[in-house]
Ligand binder design. Sequence first.
Ligand code: COA
Ligand code: AMP
Length: 634
Amino acid sequence: MKYAEVFKESLEHPDDFWGRVADEIDWDRKWDSVLDKSNSPFFKWFSGGKLNTCYNCVDRHVLRGRGEQTAVVYDSPVTGTIQKITYGDLMERVSKVAGFLKKLGVGKGDTVLIYMPMIPEALISMLACARLGAIHSVVFGGFAAPELAVRIDDAKPKVILSASCGIEVQKIIPYKPLLDKAIELAGPKPDKCVIFQRSQVLAQLMPDRDLDWHELEAAAEPAGCVAVEATDPLYILYTSGTTAKPKGVVRDNGGHAVALLWSMKYIYGIGPGDVYWAASDVGWVVGHSYIVYAPLLIGATTIIFEGKPVGTPDPGAFWRVISEHQVKALFTAPTAIRAIKREDPDGKFLKSYDISCFDTLFLAGERLDPDTYYWATKLLDKPVIDHWWQTETAWAICGNFRGLEFFSPKPGSATKPMPGYDVKVLDPGTAQEMGPNETGVIAVKLPLAPGNLPTLWNDDQRFVESYMSPYPGYYLTGDGGYIDEDGYVFVMGRVDDVINVAGHRLSTGSMEEVLAKHPAVAECAVIGATDDLKGQLPVGLVVLKSGVDRPKDEIVAELVRMVREDVGAVASFKKAVIVNRLPKTRSGKVLRGTMRKIADGESYSVPSTIDDPAVLGEIQEALRHIGYATNPPN
Ligand code: COA
Ligand code: AMP
């Protein structure tokens, strides 16, 4: 099949195109319309249709004879465990977990928060919620208690599912104290918390509120699948916006199942029985879509890897997993490949493993720099595919294909738009569509493809203001870049204050809010400076209140500690510098973009609106002291 025909049909006749894909999903009731455009920009996919996502991921495979096939491989070098769960066993466990949730009063439309490490019970929890028609909200384990509290406040979960600890290489991270603190900070309290006790740490359970997972699962009556509307929410996933308050991205059931099924076959080239591995975390969208839902929808085997690309125990970990479990496609972030390259530049560790089963390396989460692309391509001698997507979209906006036409890659480009995505580059000032190779903001002409967010949780207004109002008729991606003369899309980076650290999307606003709480701080800014390993790292620039004469190092150390405690270790906030003043426009807007360019040693033009250009020299000097801004400004 040729890409051009597929792409054209998806835009010109979306009902035919997606309707055909939808026939491969099991529906309890067929949809009335494939795409309902009556209330733009709130588009609805498959309205009138009813289905259950868990049934499509689990039960239907068992009923069609795949019960003995491995559904999930849990590979945990940090605990020395390898466990295989068949589709049959998965159905049994998910039904029982759904059963105890039901007994705790969880039903269709209720929210359940999941705060778990990379163990099979995280995936089982998600599917159990889907089985009941409950809405899950998974929070990444690397976030600290206050970030967890914000998500509890917004999602108001009836029940929280958690575990006694996570394991970061050799560090044991007790989760329960973080959970207790978050619940204490949060306004609405959950009725119950169910804790999965791991042998590394036994969590203290609070009488009346906390329950033991093992006991509940052992005693549970299995629960069946509840059919929900295609447009009902499957989950909420919070992601960083430009302000400190995260955005609750909503995912529907119908469009999501249809889009993910298509993506498995045509982007990843994966079919039933294949082994597919997304080396991410269930707390991120990659984990939701490609550790849990998509591989199971198609009847493949998915891998839950509780480890890191390096240090568990060595930079050969990824090649070991590929070889041991016969992985056909691996999806990870470029930063993981850079981490391997740094420790094993000649790829010596790969030589110990037979990876002839391996077909493709997929990378996303941040820009794939050409150096990393070339290194991985040379090492693996297999296609390396860069694909671009966001929490909001659930699947790729642009990419290349292993089940459709494979385009000759252009390093630095995420290749072509996926079916259903009418990608345009707009002039940020005039909103006019730009020509080939002209850089602007990247937008997607409405309607968005199935699987994309229908709205933000309880916040239609923010949904419209953030994504739909800036350029009416388009979805604003927040990324900038260009499309070349061959239609290849180049995504160059965010045009807002969102930064990307080791493939993790973070808000500089949330870190600034923490710094501003320090009693000595008058004002501050956080920028994302380029980092060889993690892509970007946050750097704080802080102005002290007049009269503060404490040692600067001491204040910086306190600021670093505060961000770790309030946002989480995942922010990797380790550097801050005290300055006399921040560069601002005459109207008072802090010039973060200019400071970022100074930090990275890029050339920049002095903004005509700047209040006092002399401040830029001071900023450069200060950044130099902490290892940035090593090039002179032009
Ligand atoms: N629970 C608790 N803490 C966590 C955590 C979790 N789930 N995940 C990360 N952290 C902690 C880490 O232990 C580290 O703490 P430290 O400051 O005490 O060292 C901190 O958060 C930063 O973590 P990370 O950014 O992962 O850095 P790292 O140095 O531990 O590892 C890489 C670097 C590149 C190996 C790692 O970031 C990686 O594997 N990245 C792949 C990214 C990825 O999967 N992205 C998802 C999108 S595809
Ligand atoms: P997240 O919502 O956490 O998945 O982060 C989405 C953001 O990561 C995007 O808006 C981009 O800025 C960045 N991103 C993801 N994939 C790519 C890619 N392949 N190329 C460039 N940037 C990417």
